[in-house]
Design a protein around this ligand. Structure first.
Ligand code: PGA
Length: 252
């Protein structure tokens, strides 16, 4: 049985005090959520304080990105995965489509970040997903397959235990246009098949695949009913404790 993961990606929102307030408001609302792992990803500057304030709770804190570098040095503006771990993060998101689109990330950089996260003891949430153009041209599966092989290249079988894949069709992110549960399921099943071919049937069976893109309290239930959807990566609807808690506590 795969334990679902519901992760909130706060993107570049919230001052430190707003992040702490939201985290503390969330804490009692999800305190009984033993059915899934609950993760929130605040901006770098809020990670330490939020992680400290959530200590002893069932909410884990994630970084939204990390450096490709694994040794300290002259890399202005970068934050190493081990530094995230040092301030209390347990997960890191890599390869989000906003990073790929606006910060020129390639499968190669995503792969380096994935290795860096694993090496530092973090669980890596690696994002994949096609654009609308790619879907309309019929190349969604080949794009996602390429992102998977590039991003996960060189990982060992034991590294795979600490990988979570998030399928986020770019056309569904922040647009209010969610993939239907059937569209999402189709791609999730494809990702699991690719994983089985490239790695092993056991690794594919254990892999948690999250859906992301306009997940809301009113569509989570339908998504979670699908056999290969093991959770969600939530942007907009994770910014308010109440709506994120409703998603975490989806009807089962
Ligand atoms: P959204 O964002 O839920 O606001 O569509 C999802 C994401 O970017 O991870």
């Amino acid at each position: 049985m795969r334990k679902p993961v519901i992760a909130g990606n706060w993107k570049m929102y919230k001052t430190l005090s707003q992040a702490v307030d939201t985290a503390l408001a969330l804490k009692p609302l999800v305190a009984n959520a033993n059915h899934c792992d609950v993760v929130i990803a605040p901006v770098f500057t809020a990670i330490k304080t939020v992680a400290d304030r959530l200590e002893g709770s069932n909410i884990r804190v994630a970084g939204q990105d990390c450096s490709t570098e694994t040794e300290e040095g002259a890399h202005t503006g970068e934050v190493m995965a081990s530094m995230l771990r040092d301030v209390g993060a347990r997960h890191v998101i890599v390869g989000h489509s906003e990073r790929r689109q606006f910060y020129s990330e390639t499968d190669e950089t995503v792969n380096k970040k994935t290795h860096a996260g694993i090496k530092s003891g973090l669980t890596v949430i690696m994002c994949v997903g096609e654009t609308l153009d790619q879907r309309e041209q019929g190349s969604a599966e080949s794009v996602v397959s390429q992102q998977l092989s590039g991003g996960l290249s060189g990982l060992t079988a034991s590294d795979l235990d600490r990988i979570i894949v998030a399928y986020e069709p770019v056309w569904a992110i922040g647009t209010g246009r969610t993939a239907t549960p059937e569209q999402a399921q189709e791609m999730h099943a494809f990702i699991r098949r690719v994983f089985a071919e490239r790695h092993s049937a056991a690794a594919a069976e254990a892999l948690r695949i999250l859906y992301g893109g306009s997940v809301k309290p009113d569509n989570i239930e339908g998504l979670m009913k699908q056999a290969d959807i093991d959770g969600a990566l939530v942007g907009g609807a994770s910014l308010k404790a109440e709506s994120f808690a409703e998603i975490v506590n989806y009807r089962r």
